[in-house]
Design a protein around this ligand. Sequence first.
Ligand SMILES: [Zn+2]
Length: 314
Amino acid sequence: MGHSTIQTIRGAVTAESLGKILPHEHLFVDLRGPFVKGYAEADADHVVARMKPYLDELAARGVTAFVDCAPPGVGRNVQVLRSLAAATPIHIIAPTGVYKQGFIPASMLDLSVEALAELWVRELNVGMDGTDSRAGFIKVALSDEGPTDIEIRNLQAAALASRQTGAVVASHTIGENAIRREIDILERAGHNLKRFIWVHAHTVQDTAVHIDAAKRGAWIEFDAVGNDNWISQQVLLDRVVALIEAGYAAQLLLSHDAGWYDPAQPDGIPQPDGIKGYTALFDRFIPSMRDRGVTESIIDQMTITNPALAFARG
Ligand SMILES: [Zn+2]
């Protein structure tokens, strides 16, 4: 790795200074969306009190950076993230961008590709929401049926903002139809797919689809570690091992997509399952990879090197 920079809530860090990184988690999410009264509002001290124990568990496991994946539209709250970042040694990385149709704030609905990209470049290069905390990447999201017109606009803006900043684009993409259309749209917009993370890649069963995306340059993110409700951990392990055996360990990312503080609940605890922590990767999934013969160097590559390269601005 060269001397490349990752932008965190507390400021810039060099990618090579980091150890283990979780590339897709959540500290604070508001799935009610931006049109509901009280959206994304919470007492920052209460959020810190609730969530700090889960960050402490990660620090004890050698985690050095935590990518919070909630963009505007599903509760990004920069003041809350700044309070959390002040309370933990772990670097917190937050996105610019926007969530899928139905969750797009009014201020972003009518913008051109260029105007939206300009807004996101400002968050990447200057700061978010009037602070000096810069966004570390661009998060977008597609509807499950595939990109709608406004989501295509968002992808084109993400490609443009990425080209101007070097920031990676991470996109919530469910299923084979959506990923195929998305990759085509990004390539047509001139986007280098090495600067693209396929979020929720485990939602596609066919390893050939993962390999096709990887061949075109994409990061393949399996972010349901520890979440048996979403995918059996045995099946997830099989998919990860299949890609390693096919030669794509250098493009794999592993995370939980877990958490989080929910401001819609009086005590911040999401219903019905409560807050989910972020330790299954270290306590269960990595040991199960070792049992399948995955080497320590590949485990380090997937948990240290790959996320550092993916989020470095170059
Ligand atoms: Zn997520």
